[in-house]
Design a protein around this ligand. Sequence first.
Ligand code: MN
Length: 150
Amino acid sequence: MLTLHPTKKSAEQTQLITKHSLHESLLHFRILLAEDNEINQKLVLRLLEKKGYRVTVANNGQEALSIWEKDPVDLILMDVQMPKMDGLETTMAIRKKEEKTGKHVPIIAMTAHAMQEDKGKCFEAGMNEYLTKPISPKELIDIIESKINE
Ligand code: MN
């Protein structure tokens, strides 16, 4: 983040810089999208890129875990049903590894199962939020923006 020195600048200048730094932080916000379904993958990717986010795509949980280990991101969108490692297993593995670092990446679950039981499973695994498919573009962007501002 940019450090502001409001005493040295006019209100107008400060406002411009604030807008600029917000935009900058948005552009530097990196998202890992873990989704095995090609159609959903493209749909979510397009929405995020339109907003200017930097997105890395993983085709399954195993890929997501190895990408996250090499290059930590600011937020993970995690499909629950995936081959090799599902979203729950992947989240648990990430949370386990985070015990050593003290970090906590926000993980948003994406699943077609809107049942209360499934929601509970996501939270138990260590996910922070829950999106039901089909993904609503507004809900998706709202959740991400709430995490940027946290
Ligand atoms: Mn899936």
